[in-house]
Design a protein around this ligand. Structure first.
Ligand code: ATR
Length: 288
C-alpha cells in the first residue's frame, strides 16, 4: 500500500517505456514492506533541467537517470560522488539539502556482478572492449580494483586513447593502453579478463560480435558482457566455444538498481533471497 508518507522516486529517460527499473524497485518495496513508489518519467533532452528542478520541488527522494541523459544531467546537480565524477556520468540522484547529489551505481553494480561471478580483478590483465559511457564505468571499476593492465579496444581508437589517458592520470599509474579494435591480433598472447561494453550483439543485432575471429577468444578465459538481451550474445558464445566462461549484463542491471534502492532507503538492504526472486522475474520478463 502506498500511503501519504510514501517516498517517491522515478526514472528519467527518453524513451522510458521499455525500462525494467519500475518493476524492480516496486518489487523490492513490496517485498520489504517499504512505503515507496517508483514511476517512469519520459523527459526529452530540452527538459532535463526543468525535470531535475521539478523533481526537487515535488519532494522526490531520488531519481534514476538513463539514456540519453546520464551526462546532460550533471550541471544541474548540487554535488557528485567520487565515482560519478570520475566516470563523468550519473545514473542515480539522491535528494540532499537544496538539490540532488549524483551517483554512478553502474560501477558498483558491475563490480558486484563480477564479484558474485567469482571474477577477481586485482592483478589481472584485462581487455576492455568499447570506449563509450558503459566502458568508462567499467574502466573505473578495473582501476579501483587494482587491475594489473587494461587494453582498451575500440573501433574509434582516439576515444580509447582519451579514456586510457584519463584513467592513467586518475589512478596515477600507466596501466591502461588503447588499441583500435581492428588491431585485436596485436594484443600480447596471454589470458585476459574481458569486459564487453559495445552495443554490438544487442538485440536485434544478435548475429554479431565485436571480434569474429575465433583465435581472439583463446586468450579470454573469463568475460563479462554488458548486454542482457539476448541472454547469450554471440560474444559470450565465442568465449564459451573457446573454453572460457562468461556472464551477461543482467546481474549488473540488477545490482545497479539495488545500489540505488539502498541509497534511497538508508539502513535497508535487499536480501539475497529477494535478489534471486527479482532475477527470476526479470528473466521471465525478458523472455516475453
Ligand atoms: P554506451 O553508453 O552504451 O557505452 P556509447 O557511449 O554510444 O554507448 O558507446 C557505444 C560503444 O559501442 C562505443 O565503444 C562504440 O564504438 P565507437 O566509439 O568506435 O563508436 C561501440 N560500437 C557501437 N557500434 C559498433 C560497431 N558496429 N562496431 C564496433 N564498435 C561499435
Amino acid at each position: 500500500m502506498i500511503s501519504g508518507k510514501a517516498k517517491v522516486c522515478g526514472i528519467m529517460a527518453n524513451p522510458v517505456e521499455h525500462s525494467l527499473s519500475p518493476m524492480m524497485h516496486n518489487f523490492y518495496a513490496n517485498e520489504m514492506g517499504i512505503d515507496f513508489v517508483y514511476v517512469p518519467f519520459k523527459v526529452p533532452e530540452e527538459s532535463v533541467e526543468a525535470a531535475v528542478r521539478g523533481a526537487y520541488a515535488l519532494n522526490l527522494a531520488g531519481m534514476n537517470i538513463t539514456v540519453p541523459h546520464k551526462q546532460r544531467v550533471v550541471p544541474y546537480l548540487k554535488e557528485l560522488d567520487e565515482a560519478a565524477e570520475a566516470i563523468g556520468a550519473v545514473n542515480t540522484l539522491v535528494r540532499v539539502e537544496g538539490g540532488y547529489k549524483g551517483y554512478n551505481t553502474d560501477a558498483p553494480g558491475l563490480l558486484r556482478a563480477m564479484t558474485e561471478a567469482g571474477m577477481d580483478i586485482e592483478g589481472r590483465d584485462c581487455l576492455l572492449i568499447g570506449a563509450g559511457g558503459a566502458a568508462k564505468a567499467a574502466a573505473y571499476v578495473l582501476g579501483c580494483q587494482g587491475a594489473a593492465s587494461v587494453i582498451i579496444l575500440n573501433r574509434n581508437q582516439e576515444k580509447a586513447q582519451k579514456l586510457a589517458g584519463d584513467m592513467n592520470r586518475r589512478f596515477g599509474r600507466m596501466f591502461m593502453a588503447a588499441m583500435a579494435l581492428s588491431d585485436y591480433g596485436k594484443i600480447p598472447d596471454r589470458p585476459y579478463l574481458a569486459v564487453q561494453t559495445t552495443s554490438v550483439g544487442m538485440h536485434p543485432d544478435v548475429c554479431h560480435a565485436p571480434v569474429e575471429d575465433k583465435g581472439f577468444y583463446r586468450n579470454i578465459p573469463c568475460a563479462v558482457e554488458i548486454i542482457y538481451t539476448p541472454s547469450k550474445t554471440r560474444f559470450m558464445s565465442l568465449v564459451e566455444e573457446a573454453g572460457g566462461r562468461s556472464v551477461n549484463g543482467l546481474d549488473m542491471l540488477i545490482y545497479q538498481g539495488i545500489e540505488a534502492f539502498e541509497l534511497w532507503n538508508p539502513g535497508r538492504s535487499v536480501s539475497e533471497e529477494i535478489v534471486n526472486r527479482a532475477r527470476q522475474m526479470m528473466r521471465k520478463e525478458l523472455e516475453k
